[in-house]
Design a protein around this ligand. Structure first.
Ligand code: ADP
Ligand code: MG
Length: 422
């Protein structure tokens, strides 16, 4: 995939209507609907502000949550959950949609921008059409939740065209959604000149740069829960990294494959052969693959379980691995010390429990002390780095969990591929 894409600065937007795909998929309080974290709205501000400074008319759009776009599918979904289909009313379905309206986002965005944000009652319906047609340079319109349209997730060309017809230029800044080929993230680019906003530009420059032309040595730190969810990342990074460091729940399938005893640790028996193949492949390619020499384990999976230090190859039968041990920490810190680039995906242990967060914390600390370009991808990894207080010490924390994972897998991202090449 070509990571070199035109940005909003490479195209004339002055006085034009610009359809801007944002990632306004914000977390909300279940009971009150209040936005509990407006980070994603703030992240969109530089691109919106730039467009307004250029005197563009901004038609912003986003999805929010997973609304069920038609009453029929709503009834089906509720029935699957065990509800009596006859008891389900259209009113109930409409209420479920209302909860996922972007109106609270419009309000917050308006506060942050210090100017009015006009809210449309639909995505491409009469209200959106009328408001988009009347929109003047310097004004901001927010369309309703794109997933209220059943064509959105199907990447329906008719929906994509209807969205495109409201504008003259398409700018995508929703990095968190670029791994999805939906009407508003990819389809629409068939009908308009399409460029990236500043958020996507940064993701492409830093992650794309590290994948295509890394400053070496490139060290990949891979952890998290399962081998099976990281196969794509391991495969791809094995091709380009100089060193691969393994931690987290996936460690134990590797250790078992090497003949170790892993007790009650997370184990994916179906992937033992794969792990052996990967170790072999790494050797053939001259890639250093590091497994933790020691492990902190526990007798049960709980925050107040007693941490027990053991040799990684001999985890007792009644114990499960919860974190990497001090020898592993020292070895891993040493491996990143002189790195040119570090790509980190997946926590080293169950960082949600403070007693088992030391490995993840130590790796974050090592990254913050190194001169390497440090890149964090993956939702939980980003959360861990934030929670442990290292967020501003990293070169880049990706704004897209699933998207960054697919990026690191070397997959084509439909929401990026559809943009004009620079
Ligand atoms: P990311 O979202 O960054 O890609 P993952 O979703 O793959 O990361 O994994 C994150 C989860 O892995 C965390 O919730 C963490 O508790 C869990 N985890 C890490 N180490 C272990 C372990 N030893 N046993 C069980 N779960 C683990
Ligand atoms: Mg995760």
């Amino acid at each position: 995939m070509n990571y070199n894409k035109k940005t909003v600065k490479d195209i004339d937007v002055a006085g034009k209507k610009v359809l801007l795909r944002c990632d306004f998929n914000v977390p909300q309080d279940k009971a009150t609907g209040a936005i509990t974290d407006d980070k994603r709205i703030r992240a969109a501000l530089p691109t919106i502000q730039y467009l307004l400074d250029q005197n563009a008319a901004v038609i912003a759009c986003s999805h929010l949550g997973k609304p069920v776009a038609t009453f029929d599918s709503y009834v089906k979904k509720q029935a699957e959950k065990g509800k009596d289909p006859a008891s389900i009313t259209e009113e109930e379905w409409k209420k479920s949609l209302a909860k996922l309206s972007l109106a609270p986002v419009a309000k917050r965005l308006s506060e942050l921008l210090g100017r009015e944000v006009i809210m449309a009652a639909d995505v491409v319906g009469p209200d959106a059409q009328a408001k988009a047609a009347a929109l003047k340079p310097g004004q901001v319109l927010l369309l309703e939740n794109t997933r209220f349209e059943k064509g959105e997730t199907k990447n329906d060309p008719a929906l994509a065209k209807a969205m495109a017809d409201m504008a003259e230029v398409y700018v995508s800044d929703a990095f968190g959604a670029v791994h999805r080929a939906h009407a508003s993230t990819a389809g629409v680019a068939a009908y308009l000149p399409a460029v990236s906003g500043f958020l996507i530009q940064k993701e492409l420059e830093i992650i794309g740069g590290a994948l295509a032309n890394p400053k070496r040595p490139l060290v990949a730190i891979l952890g998290g829960s399962k081998v099976s969810s990281k196969i794509g990342v391991i495969n791809n990074l094995l091709e380009i990294a100089d060193t691969i460091i393994i931690g987290g729940g996936m460690t134990y399938t590797f250790l078992k494959a090497q003949g170790g005893s892993v007790g009650k640790s997370l184990l994916e028996a179906d992937w033992l052969d794969y792990c052996n193949d990967m170790m072999k492949k790494a050797k053939e390619k001259g890639v250093k693959l590091l497994l933790p020499e020691d492990t902190i384990c526990a007798k049960e999976f709980s925050a107040d379980a007693e941490p027990i230090l053991v040799d990684s190859m001999n985890i007792p039968d009644d114990c499960m691995g919860m974190d990497i041990g001090p020898k592993a920490i020292a070895a891993y810190a040493d491996a990143v010390k002189d790195a040119g680039t570090v790509i980190w995906n997946g926590p080293m242990g169950v960082f949600e429990f403070p007693a088992f967060a030391k490995g993840t914390q130590a790796v974050a600390e090592a990254l913050s002390n190194s001169n390497a370009i440090t890149i964090i991808g993956g939702g939980d990894s980003a959360a861990a780095v934030q929670q442990l207080g290292y967020a501003d010490k990293m070169t880049h924390i990706s704004t897209g969990g699933g998207a960054s994972l697919e990026f690191m897998e070397g997959k084509e991202l439909p929401g990026v591929a559809c943009l004009l090449d620079a």
